[in-house]
Structure formats: C-alpha cells, structure tokens
Ligand binder design. Structure first.
Ligand code: NI
Length: 181
C-alpha cells in the first residue's frame, strides 16, 4: 500500500531547477518533478545506509579475465566456495578465445559482500573487476511499498513471476518480500 503523500514547497534557484529538469529528462526520470525528486531522495538514503557494514545488500561482482592464466579459474571458483551464503548465482560467458566474463550475483551484509569482492578482484590475473551494490534490502522493501505493491494477500500470486512470500531469494522481480524472512 502506498504511503500517504505529503506536499511541501521548496525554494530553488531557477537555473538549478532548469538543470535538474534537463538532468531528469536525460535519465528518463521526468515523469514529473515530484517523482524525480523522490528518486533522488531515496537514492541518497540508500547510499547512506550502504555505508553501514551490517546493512544487507544486493548487487553483482563483474570480472573479466583470461582463462589461460595458470590456476586463475580454479582460484576464482575457490573464493566463491568460501562464501556460499553470499553468492546467489553466477553467469560465465566466453567472450573470445582468451577472455571470460563472469557476473556473480551477491546478497548479504555489506561487509561480507565487499570482502568477497576484494578477494576476487585481488586475484592476480583479473583484468577488470567491479562490485556494484544496487541497494539495501530494506530500501527495496520501502520502494516496493511506495509503488503500491501488496504482499501477503491474494494479489501475491496474480502477478507474473510473483515470488512466494517465504522465498527470500526470490525468483521474481527485485524488491519483493525481501524483508519477510
Ligand atoms: Ni570462459
């Protein structure tokens, strides 16, 4: 259920507002200004929350490497096996004769996710590595609520791909039921 909306006015220099409108339209955000500003506020709150090492986060680690490098594939595998609760899934793509792309979906306390990422990216021979922390789980739930999604009701099974409330690892879209473990 969407929470009640509160109206308030803000004072902002015209030039800044014009720049904001332009920025929002470039990002495809300009459904209306209110929505664009809400997105920014949520983003700021999530960023702040992500600084807490205990915050539960979801994200992905992307690696590019040459599989011909001695022992590299085995090391990447071994590190992931050391974090069974954090690694949700991974995808391996053979880019060309040499290069592999590996995308690892992760989920867990920010500290652990960061640690796993550092271990992987630190392996000698990794050409490119990046951790993308998408959001905290509580933020996903809040965004979900703001969009008016309902849980624990008959609606649950109506949507395509709607996950079961008990399935925290959700096969469906993001932001559903994640806090309901
Ligand atoms: Ni490969």
């Amino acid at each position: 259920m969407a929470s009640d909306l509160v109206r308030f006015s803000i004072a902002i220099p015209e030039g800044l507002l014009n720049e904001f409108d332009e920025y929002a339209s470039h990002r495809g955000l300009l459904v209306n200004r209110s929505e664009a500003i809400r997105d920014l506020i949520r983003d700021a709150l999530v960023r702040d929350e992500l600084k807490n090492p205990l915050t539960d986060v979801v994200g992905s680690i992307t690696l590019v490497y040459d599989h011909h490098v001695h022992d590299l594939t085995r090391k990447i595998d071994e590190v992931q096996h050391s974090y069974p609760g954090i690694v949700i899934s991974s995808m391996h793509v053979h880019l060309d004769h040499h290069n592999c792309l590996e995308v690892i979906a992760v989920h867990g306390p920010s500290l652990k996710v960061q640690e796993l990422s550092n271990m992987l990216i630190g392996i000698k021979g990794i050409v490119y590595g990046k951790l993308t922390t998408v959001a905290s789980q509580s933020a996903l739930s809040k965004a979900d609520a703001a969009q008016g999604h309902r849980h624990g009701s008959g609606d649950e099974t109506a949507g395509a791909g709607a996950p079961e409330a008990s399935d925290a690892r959700h096969e469906g879209g993001p932001g559903h039921d994640i806090d309901q473990r």
